[in-house]
Design a protein around this ligand. Structure first.
Ligand code: ATP
Ligand code: MG
Length: 462
């Protein structure tokens, strides 16, 4: 199985009685789409992660449908439908907040994702010509041909993602041994792994993602080429890597994903400066901060609370930012200024890999540059900090630094307490409180000093 010369094979059909997928596990919206396609005489299957997730007893994140109806035919069937995708057209059928993605079977090759900047509001342009285009390294750049289900299966990445649930008779069609792999919790690429990674290097990140999310074991042939081919990721547009980064780190398994990225030597292609820093200081403060930040994000996801990539970027880039801030600080720059400049430098290097949009990099710069302000605990200026628009995010980051052992717990404690106090007691505190090192108020105030003694930036203490 899984070999190109098996591509003409017919599927193993697993009857309804022999698999666990019942219609009660499928969203109402997805069922409506499947039935309307079927009633109009088309084939309609659920495919991809949703089938896999139901089989292993997880709740699917979303439902993807595959059909032999063309995108235009899908659009004619659904009023609430728009076509998206520049390189390949997909239909999005909307029911309130719920979107069901409907893809027409493709003839061969890579299901190159919609461009990262595609939005629902953007109508799809006319499709381009029908030919397939590879670059010199074998990367499939364009594939615009529609096909049948037994052609569609071979372009999918992993066997567990290539199971088709047929709405006609509720059976599962399995061309690639996916059912057995799901049962044994094995992640295995369809076809020759090296070829498949070369076609689309992002599949290496997808391997890590599914390994982390599903706790599957990578099949040896699927695992082995990764470290060898990791540098192919350098050709991937930063916007697509940003997309993949968010799927890896904001879905509740970020800690595991991080460890796996490091293990497969992929981290250095996503966050080169961070990976270099961690290689020097594997057990330092920056490493502990990453652990604490990822654990915190995973916990928030589990509790259904909001998470932002901004915070994660701050956590992941903190080591390189500290290193870049240090000489500036020693040269006499004000700590906040040194950090802000360091962030600019680190972000501009980072943007060559994972592009960090300004809506994340600007607040990130601010919360990092605000860290030294937590050392100032006297006077009205300290109080005014609490009403700073970024205080909350900066304070959350401070607590993380405390947790990672990079800041005096008493400072975290002080800021936690003062927020709770009535205003007259707040005033009392900032009038009488002692400075960070137990000195009388005012001693913490810094003077600019050029050259002279070595200074340590407050936010970069180990
Ligand atoms: P998730 O649980 O994250 O939704 P998923 O398996 O559904 O996982 P998607 O990114 O939603 O992943 O993609 C849907 C399906 O499209 C996959 O299951 C896979 O069959 C196919 N696919 C997506 N990206 C690729 C790719 N880069 N190469 C090959 N097949 C892909
Ligand atoms: Mg999906």
């Amino acid at each position: 199985m899984n070999q190109p010369n098996d591509r003409d094979s017919t599927p193993v059909i697993v009857a309804r009685a022999d698999h666990p997928i019942s219609r009660s596990m499928i969203s109402g919206s997805a069922l409506k789409v499947l039935y309307r396609l079927k009633d109009a005489g088309y084939q309609a299957f659920l495919v991809g992660g949703c089938v896999r997730d139901i089989v292993i007893g997880m709740e699917p994140k979303d439902f993807d449908v595959a059909t032999n109806a063309s995108p235009e035919e899908v659009r004619r069937l659904f009023r609430n439908c728009r076509l998206i995708g520049r390189r390949f057209r997909l239909a999005h059928v909307r029911f309130g907040h719920d979107i069901v993605e409907v893809a027409t079977f493709r003839a061969a090759g890579d299901p190159i994702e919609p461009d990262a900047d595609d939005t629902d509001d953007e109508p799809a342009p006319e499709p381009r010509s029908d030919d397939r285009v590879h670059d010199d390294g074998g990367r499939l750049l364009r594939d615009n041909r529609y096909g049948t289900v037994d052609q569609d299966v071979w372009r999918r990445d992993f066997t567990c993602n290539a199971l088709y649930y047929n709405i006609e008779d509720f059976s599962i069609w399995d061309y690639v041994g996916g059912v057995a792999d799901v049962k044994s919790r094995t992640l295995r690429l369809i076809g020759d792994p090296e070829t498949r990674y070369r076609e689309d290097p992002v599949r290496m990140l997808r391997a890590v993602r599914f390994q982390a999310k599903l706790a599957f074991t990578l099949h040896e042939g699927t695992r082995e080429p990764i470290a060898r081919l990791a540098s192919l990721l350098d050709q991937i547009p930063p916007a697509r890597l940003l997309d993949e980064f968010q799927k890896l780190f904001l879905a509740g398994f970020g800690q595991r994903a991080f460890d796996l990225l490091a293990e497969h030597r992929l981290l250095e292609h996503l966050f080169p400066a961070t990976a270099a820093y961690l290689a020097q200081e594997p057990d330092g403060m920056a490493a502990r901060l990453i652990r604490a930040g990822l654990a915190n994000t995973d916990r928030r996801v589990a509790e259904d609370r909001a998470v932002t990539p901004m915070f994660l970027f701050a956590v992941l880039l903190f080591g390189p930012v500290s290193a870049a801030a240090q000489p500036r600080f020693e040269g006499g720059s004000h700590a906040g200024q040194a950090i802000a400049e360091a962030v600019d430098q680190v972000v501009s290097e980072q943007n060559r890999r994972i592009g960090i949009p300004k809506r994340f990099s600007i607040p990130m710069r601010e919360i990092l540059a605000l860290q030294p302000r937590f050392h100032r605990r006297e006077g009205r200026r300290a109080l005014a900090f609490i009403s700073h628009p970024r205080f909350r995010a900066a304070y959350d980051f401070l607590l993380l630094r405390v947790e990672a052992g990079g800041e005096d717990p008493a400072i975290g404690q002080w800021w936690t307490e003062i927020q709770e106090l009535p205003s007259e007691q707040q005033l009392q505190r900032v009038g009488t409180e002692t400075g960070p090192a137990g000195q009388p108020e005012g001693a913490g105030r810094r003077r600019r000093r050029r050259g002279g003694r070595r200074r340590r930036a407050p936010a970069t203490e180990d």
